[in-house]
Design a protein around this ligand. Structure first.
Ligand code: 0X9
Ligand code: ZN
Length: 300
């Protein structure tokens, strides 16, 4: 049985997903998302109480695009755990399906365990410096703001858009999967609920809807133990940065409920939240996911 008092290696995350698919074959489907640059297996789970006609709206969640942001895969695993293994949440899978990819940059993640706790990027080899910021690598207004063409930069956008195999996998998956109504990508840190756009200070067409929903999510999280999030467009409340997965999910894949969720920080660097904080953060954040589920079920 999984516990949330520690962080898990990529192989352990994979093992948990495989076990769940075996133990709950009616609810959990394990899917091959592809392989990382270093040939690590990337899996996602589809969680569904069963098909319906018309098909249910899907919420897609990913985490771990930035290697050092360890709380993000932990929260993704917790959501999976709660949707599948806690019968009290069975209502959450009645009217929406969930697709959850807990580890979008497994090479970088493992590198942050073994070599450099502050590693952010992928690990694909460069000439002087390795890796590219996968959250600057998506092909929507690529390199237009907040991204670097210098390969040693922490925000290096890559030689070209979608130079990284991991971002190509996400592009292809979102393009081929019908009915994804919400795209939520987990990062840390800073307690932000960010909606598009991030490539400029323009706002997306439905920003009022996303602002209102973000505030509802914030209220639900805050009710648990007082943690509050800042809600706004990426550019307005954080900074402009083009080529991120959120902008591509909306502008490229046409999904209109899109947020980057910057989870709470802690520890020495901000990214190294002590293991004792994992469970409290998971519990409070999960209340926000209930709000997303409810909204998508009723409005899409
Ligand atoms: O800079 C990022 O990629 C994200 N912040 S982080 O500290 N986790 O690196 C924010 C991305 C927000 N979205 C866009 N700028 N499009
Ligand atoms: Zn991040």
């Amino acid at each position: 049985k999984i516990s949330f008092d520690q962080y898990y290696r990529h192989a352990e995350i994979n093992a948990y997903l495989e076990q769940l698919a075996k133990d709950y074959p009616d609810v959990v489907t394990l899917e091959n998302f592809g392989q990382s640059y270093q040939k690590r297996q990337m899996n996602l789970v589809r969680i569904s109480s069963g098909p319906r006609n018309p098909p249910k709206p899907i919420i897609f969640i990913d985490a771990g695009i930035h290697a050092r942001e360890w709380i993000a895969p932990a929260v993704a695993l917790y959501i999976i755990n709660q949707l599948v293994e806690n019968p009290e949440n069975s209502n959450l899978i009645q009217d929406v399906d969930w697709i959850i990819l807990p580890s979008l940059n497994p090479d970088g993640y493992e590198y942050s365990w073994d070599e450099d706790r502050m590693w952010r990027k992928t690990v694909s080899p460069g000439t002087i410096c390795d890796g590219c910021d996968p959250n600057r690598n998506f092909g929507f207004h690529w390199m237009e703001a907040g991204a670097s063409s210098w390969e040693c930069s922490e925000t290096y956008a890559g030689k070209q858009a979608f130079s990284e195999v991991e971002t190509r996998h996400l592009r292809d998956y979102l393009n081929k999967t019908a009915n994804i109504k919400a795209y939520l990508t987990l990062h840390s840190y800073g307690q932000y609920l960010l909606y598009p756009w991030g490539y400029s200070d323009a706002l997306c067409d439905n920003w009022r809807e996303l602002d209102a929903l973000g505030n509802q999510v914030n209220d639900a999280i805050a009710a648990v133990s007082g943690t509050t999030y800042t809600v706004g467009s990426s550019t307005h409340v954080l900074y402009a940065a083009a080529g991120a997965s959120d902008d591509w999910a909306m502008g490229g894949a046409g999904i209109d409920i899109v947020y980057t969720i910057e989870l709470p920080g802690g520890g020495w660097y901000g990214f190294d939240l002590p293991a004792s904080r994992i469970l409290p953060v998971c519990i409070e954040t999960f209340e926000g996911f209930k709000v997303y589920a409810d909204y998508v079920a009723k409005n899409r």
